[in-house]
Structure formats: C-alpha cells, structure tokens
Ligand binder design. Structure first.
Ligand code: AMP
Length: 421
C-alpha cells in the first residue's frame, strides 16, 4: 500500500530555494541598514514562559487570548511559541541588565512568530518578522529616527508604504478619554458588532480598531483621541511630527489607529501598502514605556516596530536578489567511473580555492552534462574523459563561446581558481 504523503501543517509553508533569494536580500539589507543606525542583533528563544506574553501582551488580546500555541512541556511548565517579539526582547533587556550601561540600547531581531489565526492571503500561522526596539529613551527624536531607518530599508528595496501615525495618550490623559468613549458607546450598543459590545466594556479603545463594516459609521463619529491628549502628550506628538518633517518624511494622522494594550503610550504607527490587498499592514509599532515594569524589570522607556517579512517579500519582484542565487562558476563533467573519482578531486581543489563548483552524481552523456551546465549558468565546464585521464590532462570549455582548451591540473587551478579567468 502506498503511504499518504505527509505535508505541512495548515497555515505553515516551506520557503523554497526559488523564493529564498528575496528573503536573503531583505535580511541582508536590514542588517546593513540597522547596524548603520546602531541597532545590534538579538536572538531570543522561540518559546518562552506563557506568562511572559500573558503579562507582556495582555490576556484579553486576540493574540494571547485566542491565537497562541500554548502547551505544557514534560516538566509541566506552560510554554508558548512566541506570537511576537517585543516582550521577549524587553525580558532579555531586563534579565541581562542591559540598562546598567546607561543610555540607549538598540536591538533588532529577525525570526519566526506563531499565531493560530484564521487562514487568509498574507496571513500565516508561522510568519516572520523583522523588528527593532530602542530602549532607554522617551525622546520623540528616537521615534523619528527609527521610522526613518525603516523607511530607508523599504525604499532601498523599492517598496512604497504609507506611514500612518497616531498618539494614544498616556496614563494621565487616556482614562478620561476612555470614559468619554464609553459614554458615547453606551447610546449605540445596539448598533455595534458583538465584539465591540464586549470591547466597549473591557477595552473601549479597541472599538476604534474594529474592521466590521456596520461599526464604521459609529466609529467615524467617536471623539478623536488626538483632541483629548494632555499637554505633555500633545507636545510629544507635535515634536515627533516636527522631527519627521525635518527628515522629509510624509505621514497621515489617523486618530483611529490604536494598539489596544494598556502599556502602549503616546506614539502608535503603522505602515500600510495598497499593493497588499486586504491584509495591508506591513509594519506596526509604537511606544511602550510601561512594558519593562509589567515584566518585573527596571523602569525603561521603549519604542519599536515589527515588520511582516512574508508580506514584504510579496511586494518584491520575483527575481529580486536572484543574482545572489546558485550559479556555479565551474561545472565538472566526467565520463566513466574512474573519471568520476578525478572529478571529485577537481571539484574539491576548486572549492578550496573559493570557486562554486557543481558535480552531477548521475553522470550521463557529455551532451546531457553540458546541457545541465548550461541550465545552471556555469561559466566553465571541466571535462574529464578517458583520454584526458590517461594523459593527466583536462579540457576546459568556456560556455560563453564554446571554446575548449587542454590544461594540466596546475594550469586548471591557476586558470579557474578564484581570481583566475
Ligand atoms: P503585529 O505584531 O500584529 O503588530 O504585526 C506586525 C506586522 O507583522 C504586521 O503588520 C504584518 O505585516 C505582520 N504579521 C502579523 N501577523 C501576521 C500573520 N499571521 N501572517 C503574516 N504576517 C503577519
């Protein structure tokens, strides 16, 4: 009986070599640009104590309440695959007392996140984020600088995104605004979707974020948070806009843009792209000054973002970065068993000299091997046949013009070794 093929779990996928050049391009570019801005890479574990996210992201958020991959490990601990990486980075910052050096700590990460979301185009259950976190400053200039870095990355990749900006106030001004929001919503509960009816009680800010069509007319009429900021928050927001304008960065203010977590303060932003379809958010970010303390760490201000790598890849042309893909400099063709052994030795010697070298283990006729070399785009083919073997000589064929010549091993290495022709 034939076994049924085992395939990937729904919501996950393989990233095949054909696509990976785009991923490398983005990752390499991000490392380059982020480093230039003083962000250093951090790699945290893929799973963490569930409590980190329960406290750090919030138990009544969709991410934690509905979408987390949580299980008990063999020692009975509750573990969760990370659904996001800000809480883990802030945990690491506190755990390793990175604040002790004083000043700013700037960290970036690249890696997979896990959320059991409804399947949809642009939404995966294992997806990848590139994110950056600047810890230790509440200055609006660090926000503008981080956003500038992000936009530089996007524009270097030829991707255009729209920057949407808001201020969600702080512990001083937000509670009054939420009271106001609740009062307004009380008159309209019958017109709200079921989720919003609940949110109106538990987390009224998130009503602003509702995507259900029937809620839209109500949401549009709700008071704007930007009209109810305290003097400090209003000043912060105004200064941020000043720094962005100084950097020549355009933005739209969207008072409905909220990140529904209590410790988010002041700046919230998104970058959206019209080319992405329904799931148009490419980047989400904001200021989270209270997070470190919520996790039991020191008082520390923070600002950061997470960008969806899967979505960014969708915006790049299919062949982006392809040049960096596999293209052997030399293809070793051989005829017969003895020549095969020699072929392995030639490939080894060339690779040690820095040459990308390809050897097909299937053998076959010279014609079929040359065809394969051509398909791979090899620059030269080394041909080893009986005759060559007997004479201790090799044939080099230049693929571009099919010119062939005869060489000794030493000449072969000299001519084809890295730095040779
Ligand atoms: P968030 O952490 O929810 O603010 O998401 C930040 C960014 O990650 C989003 O703007 C998306 O680009 C990306 N993202 C979030 N969830 C998913 C998902 N399930 N699949 C693919 N990308 C996602």
């Amino acid at each position: 009986m034939e076994e049924k093929l085992i395939t990937t779990v729904p919501g996950t996928r393989d990233l095949l070599p054909d696509e990976i050049s785009r991923w490398h391009l983005i990752e390499d570019r991000a490392r380059q640009i982020f480093t230039r801005y003083g962000f250093l890479e951090i790699r945290t574990p893929i799973f963490e104590a569930t409590e980190l996210f329960a406290r750090g992201v919030g138990e009544d958020t969709d991410i934690v309440g509905k979408e987390m991959y949580t299980f008990h490990d063999l020692s009975g601990r509750s573990i969760s695959l990370r659904p996001e990486n800000t809480a883990p980075v802030v945990r690491a910052y506190a755990q390793h007392a990175m604040h002790r050096g004083g000043g700013l700590t700037k960290l970036y990460y690249i890696g997979p996140m896990f959320r059991h979301e409804k399947k949809q185009k642009g939404r995966w259950r294992q997806f990848y984020q590139i994110g950056a976190e600047a810890l230790g400053s509440d200055h609006p200039a660090i926000e503008a600088e981080t956003i500038e870095m992000l936009l530089e990355l996007l524009s270097s990749l030829g991707v255009r995104g729209e920057l949407l900006l808001n201020s969600v106030g702080c512990g001083r001004c937000r509670p009054d605004y939420i009271l106001l929001l609740r009062r307004e919503l009380q008159h309209r509960t019958n017109d709200l979707c079921e989720d919003c009816r609940r949110r109106a009680e538990t987390n009224a800010l998130r009503v602003l974020d509702c995507k259900v069509r029937s809620c839209q007319p109500i949401v549009m009429q709700l008071p704007r948070i930007t009209d109810h900021l305290c003097a400090e928050c209003a000043d912060h927001f105004r200064r941020l806009q000043g720094f962005l304008s100084d950097a020549g960065i355009g933005y739209g203010i969207v008072p409905r843009l909220v990140r529904g977590l209590d410790y988010y303060v002041r700046t919230a932003f998104e970058i959206v792209s019209g080319d992405l379809g329904a799931q148009n958010a490419l980047v989400g970010g904001g200021r989270y000054d209270g997070l470190s303390e919520v996790l039991g760490g020191p008082r520390a201000q923070g600002f950061g973002f997470a960008m969806g790598l899967d979505r960014l890849v969708m915006l790049l042309p299919e062949d982006a970065g392809r040049d960096a893909g596999y293209r052997p400099g030399v293809f070793v063709a051989y005829l017969g068993e003895e020549a095969f052994g020699k072929g392995i030795a030639v490939a080894r010697a060339l690779r040690r000299r820095g040459v990308t070298c390809h050897l097909e283990f299937a053998g076959g006729s010279l014609k079929s091997q040359l065809r394969q070399a051509n398909k791979l785009g090899a620059g030269h083919v080394v041909i080893i046949g009986d005759q060559e073997l007997r004479r201790g000589r090799y044939l080099i064929r230049r693929m571009e013009d099919s010119v062939q010549w005869d060489v000794s091993m030493a000449e072969l290495l000299e001519q084809l070794g890295a730095g040779g022709s």
